[in-house]
Design a binder for this molecule. Structure first.
Ligand SMILES: Nc1nc2c(ncn2[C@@H]2O[C@H](COP(=O)(O)OP(=O)(O)OP(=O)(O)O)[C@@H](O)[C@H]2O)c(=O)[nH]1
Ligand SMILES: [Mg+2]
Length: 292
């Protein structure tokens, strides 16, 4: 993600996103400039903006002097709990701790001042840095906690895990399913594993090689008078001394990585068979299904 020189958010910016491929998010990013705040805090707008919130995050620039910060924060809390009483916790991210001039301790003291004890239990403060990635990790942590409370997402996850386990039983290989948009793991046959980097390489694109292959393929098809159809890169096979690693796109948004237990041709064959079999088709169908 590009972090430097982001453009200021104008008004309220809305975006939809499927987190880890299983939980649909509708994200409302409220711009921090005064003219926008005055608008969405106004009597006319506040109910619309602060209603139906599932997760509330308040991000502070700990390196900036914002004379109205406390007032803004108190209003934020007030309207969140007034219009979204279902919100259990407000997550406050004290951002830019990478900067020398960051005063996250001072800001924490300022924000927590004069709050009731009850209100204090409803706020979780975390010093973070978007630049260093800790802010992103904190958000992932918060959203993972939300998955645990989301029946639909958990059901979906349960089904996916079951399908991966079935594939594992047949092929004796480990399966890892990744969500391309956020690079996060959806499920795996090794249970919960955390990989703290984005898996951009999961996008299967090999520009030049592909056009060469297509030219040769076209020639071969013409020579043999066979029908020609577009080529699509769908599977990549790597090998180590002892394993095959097979990467295959399952749906537009997800990629399956398979690590075989050994390197026998028998194992390879069962994995390839399984990718053409019913269990894989079911997984594909399930992931392509728009259930939301
Ligand atoms: N050093 C440092 N700079 C950051 C960090 N996070 C954001 N920035 C920079 O601060 C500037 C503002 O970041 P934004 O994300 O646009 O801030 P914002 O709070 O969304 O601002 P509004 O959209 O106006 O509400 C950008 O130039 C970012 O590159 C951080 O953790 N450390
Ligand atoms: Mg912004």
């Amino acid at each position: 993600m590009k972090v430097l020189n982001l453009k200021p958010t104008k008004g309220v910016s809305r975006e939809n996103f499927i987190f880890r491929g299983i939980m649909e998010l509708s994200i409302w990013d409220l711009g921090g400039q005064e003219i926008y705040m005055d608008r969405y805090f106004s009597e006319k707008k506040r109910e619309l903006v602060f209603s139906d919130v599932m997760t509330a995050v308040f991000m502070v620039d700990s390196a900036a002097d914002e004379p109205r910060l406390k007032e803004i924060f108190d209003n934020f809390l007030k309207y969140i709990f007034e219009f979204s009483p279902q919100v259990e916790k407000v997550y406050v991210l004290l951002n830019k701790t990478d900067l020398q001039e960051s005063k996250e301790d001072e800001i924490y003291e300022l924000l927590i001042a004069k709050l009731t004890d009850d209100m204090k239990t409803k706020i979780a403060f975390t010093p973070v840095s978007v630049k260093e990635g800790s802010a992103q990790h904190r958000l992932i942590e918060v959203l993972d906690y939300k998955i645990q409370q989301n029946t639909l997402a958990l059901q979906k996850l349960g089904k996916i895990r079951h399908m991966l386990d079935q594939l594992k039983t047949i092929t004796l290989s480990e399966y890892f399913l990744f969500n391309q948009p956020d690079g996060l793991i959806i499920a795996s046959t090794l249970g919960k594993i955390e990989l703290h980097h984005k898996l951009q390489f999961m996008k299967l694109e090999i520009g030049t090689l592909e056009s060469n292959i297509y030219q040769i393929f076209t020639k071969i098809m013409n020579l043999s008078d066979s029908p020609l159809s577009p080529l699509e890169l769908s599977t990549v096979i790597y090998e180590s001394d002892n394993n095959y690693i097979i990467v295959k796109e399952v749906s537009n948004g997800s990629v399956l990585m398979i690590v075989t237990k050994n390197k026998t041709i028998e194992t390879f064959k069962t994995v390839i068979d399984s990718l053409n079999g019913e269990d894989f088709q079911n997984l594909k169908k399930f992931l392509n299904k728009d259930e939301f």
